[in-house]
Design a protein around this ligand. Structure first.
Ligand code: XMP
Length: 510
């Protein structure tokens, strides 16, 4: 791939993946690498620019994370964000000190002078800060380009060396003009063209899959989730009938989910789809089990066994499609992509079943996967599907899972999804679903007393599931959902709405 690349050196801050995503939204390919990447590797990647991320450390601690300082004299632009800016100052002879005044949250930033990085940005603008240390004195050749009330050195630059730093986080939405700052860095400072185009990616990937797979058979485990669905569609475009998809219905899917998968992939897209109807098998294994981790383990292992049985029936298979996406790779260790081998046994499958992996989405963020799905003409209901945990409703029926409880939950969850969609909130809410707790409460319906289950509605907004806020759904929408659930779902007499954010809660209840 002969494209402009921005290297994002990861110092461990919580918003780091967002930085790489925002750069890609501006049509520039970005790659996340560990902060201590050897200098020779940086050179080999021929980056057009480098961004140093934020991170939890202080430059003063022993063995503070630091990049090779030779990157500052490569002649390519460097932007340091938060810890990244402090590191630039520290490594080039400035001073950083622990500040009495920690700044956390929204604050107003005043731009000083006419630095390129603030071109088109209001002289006073709201930014998001999250830091303890601050720069006390700047290195030679730099000037101060912005300040806030508690942070006199909130941005620095050295245009002749193309080195820039901002103490705030331009990548988060709370920094209102943050995207303009990143845009200025990429296009005003670095003078990039912006050549990251997902249509090209599709064409290149289709060719790469054809070259790799040849005329061999390739298998895909389809979960109904966005990633595996887009991966399968891309592979299908490349090699057609050589692809066989296996879909395992574990009995813990949402209402109508399996029908939708069959309709989409088998009927509309004419893919070879093996449908393993295994609900009873999973539910009998789960009988009497109430520990969440045990449930997860049972469901995961059973999935592998069913998949293995179906795969064996298909005879010789050489390749396996996986819907691995870029965050899976970045998150699997700060030592990142290099440690993940593309040829290995797939977790849990027997030793003799070795496949070569085909991971057509491994360079993409979730938003990009959705765009690829749209470009491939996939149905909106699949492309914009909310994230769904592998163990499915098994972790939303709390404690012991029974067929009756699964059915109650499916009905209630269906109503939640339907009403959120009707209210036009389905794209802004990250996940929205129903949970069935293992308690019952007293109610009154008609002339009679009831003793039945409550349903908990859970809905959160999030960027990446690492943190989440409970969604402020209008009362009217909550009201309709609650009425419908109690009236339409037998066995339910009460509805509660979970108003806990993550942290301290998690998105799921188990
Ligand atoms: P929590 O509950 O930890 O969830 O805030 C974070 C995100 O991960 C999803 N999730 C899972 N996904 N297998 C999965 O594939 C699991 O066991 C699992 N548990 C949670 C959850 O839906 C949310 O998007």
């Amino acid at each position: 791939m002969d494209k402009e690349v921005v290297l994002v050196l990861d110092f461990g801050g919580q918003y780091n993946q967002l930085i790489a995503r925002r750069v890609r939204e501006l049509a520039v390919y970005s790659e996340m690498v560990p902060y201590d990447i050897p200098f020779a590797e940086v050179q080999a990647k021929k980056p057009a620019a480098i961004i140093l991320t934020g991170g939890p450390a202080s430059v003063h601690i022993k063995d503070a994370p630091a990049c090779d300082p030779r990157i500052y004299s490569m002649g390519i632009p460097v932007l340091g964000i938060c810890y990244g800016m402090q590191l630039i100052a520290f490594q080039l002879g400035g001073e950083v000190k622990g500040s009495q005044l920690r700044e956390y949250g929204r604050t107003l930033l005043d731009a000083v002078g006419d630095d390129l990085i603030f071109k088109g940005v209001s002289k006073q603008t709201q930014v998001w800060m999250s830091h303890g240390d601050s720069i006390d004195s700047i290195p030679e050749g730099f000037s101060i380009t912005a300040s806030t009330e508690n942070c006199p050195i909130a941005a620095i630059s050295n245009p002749s060396s193309k080195l820039y730093g901002v103490q705030f986080h331009p990548e988060v939405r709370h920094t209102i003009e943050g995207q303009q700052v990143l845009k200025n860095f990429l296009f005003e400072v670095c003078k990039l063209k912006g050549d990251w185009d997902l249509s090209d990616y599709i064409e290149e990937m289709i060719q790469a899959i054809r070259d790799k797979v040849g005329d061999k058979k390739i298998l895909c485990g389809l979960s109904g989730g966005v990633d595996s669905a887009v991966a399968a569609t891309l592979v299908h475009r490349a090699v057609g009938d050589q692809l066989v998809c296996v879909y395992v219905d574990n009995g813990l899917m949402r209402k109508d989910e399996s029908e939708q998968v069959i309709r989409t992939f088998k009927d509309q897209m004419k893919m070879n789809l093996v449908f393993a109807d295994s609900g009873e098998r999973f539910l009998s294994k789960l009988k009497g089990v109430s520990d969440p981790e045990k449930k997860r383990k049972i469901i995961g292992e059973e999935f592998i066994r069913v998949f293995e049985e179906e795969a064996r029936k298909l005879g010789e298979i050489d390749y396996l499609v996986q819907g691995t996406i870029y965050p899976d790779i970045v998150e699997s260790g700060t030592k990142t992509a290099q440690t993940i081998k593309s040829h290995h046994n797939v977790g849990g499958l027997p030793e003799d079943m070795k496949f070569e992996l085909v991971e057509p989405l491994r360079l993409l963020f979730k938003d990009e996967v959705r765009i690829i799905g749209e470009k491939l003409g996939m149905a909106e209901e699949i492309v914009w599907r909310q994230p769904f945990p592998g163990p499915g409703l098994g972790v939303r029926v709390l404690e012991e899972v029974t067929p009756e409880k699964v059915q109650i939950l499916q009905e209630a969850d269906h109503i939640v999804r339907e009403e959120i969609k009707k209210a036009g909130l389905d794209r802004e809410i990250w996940q929205y679903f129903a949970v069935l707790p293992p308690v019952r409460s007293v109610g009154v319906m008609g002339d009679g007393r009831t003793y039945a289950y409550p349903i908990i509605i859970r809905a959160v907004t999030s960027d990446d599931a690492m943190t989440a806020e409970w969604a402020h759904i209008p009362y009217e929408v909550l009201d309709i959902m609650a009425r419908r659930i109690v009236n339409e779902v037998r066995g339910v007499n009460r509805v509660a709405y979970d108003i806990t954010s993550k942290p301290p809660g998690t998105i799921e209840w188990e």
